[in-house]
Write a protein that binds this ligand. Structure first.
Ligand code: SAH
Length: 245
């Protein structure tokens, strides 16, 4: 029997934010591979399956394991939280397959990424063009991260900051964006979106420090038109320029 890999995004946390396709893909799989925290998020779907959980920073092992098992004829679910393209397993798996020229059947199942989940909790901060920026310097040099943050702010993108692994670097990025946007710019800080321990805060850029953002947190900084109203963050699409609202 030919094996297959589903690279599955299981959403931010609670089951209602999983897609039907994600649930189906896991149901069809005999082997489930993922980081232990993500495996827990899919815990209710795993009965009777072989589960291979790995620690953080073992991404290559996880991808190789999925490939190996698929080549043995198994249907494998390789799990990411949120969406598997967004700082998840899909690009690594496909890159590895391309470099090694391995023709294994593969399907990427999209999921609700943290920016979308947090955005919904905050109101509608993603109402216009958005830049996702990964603050982890494990795979991206610090100067690249800083440069992208500054350029995104200068181009007036809404900015979603993922993976604030280093408080010092996060602080530098926040201050660099603040120099462009000013200290009054709205920033939404969401911890554990759609998970236990959820926290949602709408703040001003000038009052947020790097150490306040941890790895369970995503920050969304508005563009120059983003405003707050009754605890919500709203980024206009542009209707009021064209119509009287
Ligand atoms: N593939 C994931 C992101 C992986 S990177 C996705 O699409 O969402 C991990 C980072 O995502 C975390 O450090 C945090 O910044 C953010 N994140 C993921 N899930 C989150 C959640 N439920 N609440 C807040 N931030 C989250």
């Amino acid at each position: 029997m030919a094996g297959r890999i589903y690279v599955v995004g299981i959403g931010p946390g609670r089951p209602p934010l999983r897609t039907y396709a994600a649930v189906e893909a896991i149901r069809k799989s005999s082997v489930v591979v993922g980081y232990e925290t993500y495996i827990k998020l899919a815990g209710d779907l795993l009965e009777g399956k072989e589960v291979i959980s790995a620690k953080m920073r073992q991404e290559i092992f996880r991808a190789e394991t999925a490939l190996e098992r698929a080549r043995q004829g198994e249907v494998v679910a390789l799990i990411s939280d949120g969406d598997p393209q967004i700082y998840g397993m899909a690009p690594l798996l496909l890159e590895l397959m391309a470099i090694r020229d391995m023709a294994v059947d593969v399907e990427v199942i999209p999921g609700v990424t943290a920016a979308l989940a947090a955005g919904a909790r905050l109101g509608a901060p993603l109402g216009n063009d958005v830049a996702f920026i990964n603050l982890s310097d494990l795979l991206t040099p610090r100067e690249v991260i800083l440069k992208r943050a500054v350029k995104a702010a200068e181009a007036d993108f809404v900015i979603a900051l993922y993976n604030p692994i280093d408080p010092g670097l996060t602080e530098e990025v926040l201050r660099a964006i603040e120099r462009v946007r000013g200290p009054e710019a709205p920033i939404g800080v969401v911890k554990n979106a759609y998970r236990d321990g959820e926290e949602v805060h709408v703040l001003r850029l000038g009052e947020v420090k790097g150490h306040q953002l941890d790895m369970r947190t995503i920050a969304i900084i508005g563009n120059s038109e983003t405003f707050t109203w009754r605890g919500m963050m709203i980024t206009p699409r542009g209707y009021s320029r064209k119509y009287r609202l």
